[in-house]
Design a protein around this ligand. Structure first.
Ligand code: FAD
Ligand code: MLT
Ligand code: ZN
Length: 476
């Protein structure tokens, strides 16, 4: 093996190689600390050519390659297996923005660029890159594209797949496919780009991408709204599309339990409303039309206020506050975005990243909470997520005081209760986080034989040695 490591060093140099256990630890442990793997080395190439050389060497030596970006994934997709003969190939040195074209509304980036940097670069050019999620300060665009990430603006702009025009990919054989085309129309055979997007690094390594940009919104209204039920939340959203003139960009639902965890664990978090309610919605409307200030002020905030007032009369809203400035808006967003962190601090949980049709959310929540409690009566449900996309994080927090050893034996029953119901609703057991290692068995169980067989056929055809992120998504 030392010979193999020296060959890696010859490609990426000392700066690109980590072989000591302490240095490797953060790369072989996932964000939730649910998976801890083993790697022969962590390799950090500086450019696409080095990625290709490393992959070719691994193919020749039959060593598996686990691509990794910011390592914020929630399903263990970027973590090598415990007993694998694997390297982690981190893209975290490939952080160049190689082109920004405000006229054509595109940006070309390397895979390791942090999402927040992309957002800020777009904003500096009066443009918007709309992918937005709580991990945006540390996740990378390569990881976002490989998981087809969702986040909080999908209902208006789409998920990662809809935000990209072209890709450059290193194949499992170490060849470079240059599909960096900034084309809106390109019907030239099978869509390879769409195959690599959301493939979680099992079919190749994304090294660069051409991203789509949008005009930067000039008027934004953000509200924190207490609602009587998920049903009211869905009705509120439904009416808001017309009331906002199709400017609803986020609609997030949260149960009280999650908010309590944030208030308890996140320093500085405060409840913007005085009463206690069971359900809340974080609403954001945004428009590229500049708001008018002064005496004749008019814009989204006023429209939102009028709409929420009417909704209150109809009993859809119990209480609400609209942010008066960006600082207030950020504080409201922090209450939502800190749910994941607060839940981790509270202790073990099982997470369900599910989706059903938006109109079915209320019935699903009622039945789902009952099913989860039946599977584990002491479970503390924590429900939050992107109700505007029909995507909820329908989680079960371990009963207070339970450690992993006591809680995890119940995980299977809780998962089965939730996923059986999801499937009966025609929904998805993984709406935005992917399959990774966490849901390989569930995917095989809940999707049809023809679907799984087709995935295996694609995997075998593109990666006949099964060296590219093996064991993730489907076993071959
Ligand atoms: P990693 O975790 O490093 O990798 C994820 C997967 O992509 C792995 O399978 C890995 O092998 C593969 N991969 C990474 N880079 C490449 C590459 N260049 N080429 C090929 N394969 C690659 N996700 C959402 O969808 N919506 C959310 O709202 C959301 N919120 C989150 C909030 C928090 C607090 C946290 C911790 C996570 C959240 N996530 C969310 C999950 C996670 O942030 C996303 O999945 C993100 O897209 C992962 O990016 P990453 O760079 O960290 O990828
Ligand atoms: C979110 O919406 O905050 C994320 O997807 C993270 C999570 O599910 O915990
Ligand atoms: Zn989410």
């Amino acid at each position: 093996m030392s010979d193999f490591v020296e060959k890696l060093r010859a490609i990426v140099g000392d700066k690109g190689l980590i072989t000591d256990e302490q240095g490797k630890h953060p790369y072989v442990t996932d964000w939730r600390e649910s998976f801890v793997g083993n790697a022969l080395a962590v390799v950090r190439p500086a450019n696409t050519r080095e990625v290709a050389d490393v992959v070719r060497l691994c193919a020749a030596e039959k060593v598996s390659v686990v691509p990794q970006g910011g390592n914020t994934g929630l399903v263990g997709g970027g973590i090598p297996q415990e007993k694998g003969r694997e390297i982690v190939l981190s893209l975290n040195r490939m952080t160049r923005i190689t082109d920004i074209d405000p006229i054509g509304y595109t940006m070309t980036v390397e895979a390791g660029v942090i999402l927040k940097t992309i957002q800020e670069t777009a904003a500096a050019h009066d443009r918007l890159f709309p992918l937005s999620l709580a991990a945006e300060g540390s996740c990378s665009i390569g990881g976002n594209l490989s998981t087809n990430a969702g986040g909080v603006q999908v209902l208006h702009y789409g998920n990662a797949r809809q935000l990209v025009l072209g890709l450059e990919v290193v194949t499992p054989q170490g060849e470079i496919w240059n599909g960096l085309r900034a084309l809106k129309k390109d019907n030239t055979g099978y869509d390879l780009r769409d195959l690599y997007l959301g493939a979680e690094g099992t079919l190749g390594i994304i090294t660069r991408a051409v991203l789509k940009l949008w005009p930067k919104p000039k008027d934004v209204a953000t509200a924190w709204v207490a609602v009587p039920s998920p049903e009211a939340a869905v009705a509120l959203l439904s009416g808001a599309h017309a009331a906002s003139e199709d400017n609803v960009t986020s609609c997030e639902l949260m149960g009280r339990q999650g908010i309590d965890l944030v208030l308890q664990h996140i320093p500085g978090a405060t409840d913007p409303l005085s009463g206690r309610h069971d359900w809340y919605v974080l609403f954001e409307w945004s428009s590229t039309r500049a708001r008018r200030e002064g005496a004749n002020a008019g814009g989204l905030r006023e429209k939102m206020e009028a709409y929420l007032g009417e909704a209150m009369e109809q009993g859809l809203v119990l209480d609400a506050t609209i942010a008066q400035n960006e600082t207030q808006a950020r504080a409201l967003w922090a209450l939502r975005e800190n749910h994941t962190e607060a839940s981790k601090k509270e202790g073990p949980s099982v997470k369900h990243d599910i989706s059903v049709a938006v109109s079915k959310i209320p019935a699903f929540v009622t039945e789902g909470l009952a099913a989860m409690r039946k599977a584990l009566p002491e479970c503390r449900p924590v429900t939050f997520g992107h109700v505007g996309d029909g995507n909820l994080h329908f989680n079960c927090q371990a009963p207070a005081g339970w450690d992993k050893a006591r809680f995890l034996p119940h995980a299977h029953a809780v998962n089965a209760a939730v996923y059986d119901l999801v499937v009966s609703y025609g929904g998805s057991i993984s709406a935005e986080h992917g399959i990774g290692l966490l849901k390989v068995d569930e995917l095989a169980h809940y999707r049809s034989k023809v679907e799984i067989d087709t995935m295996r056929t694609i995997k075998r055809a593109l990666d006949p040695q099964n060296l590219m992120n093996p064991g993730k998504i489907v076993r071959v």
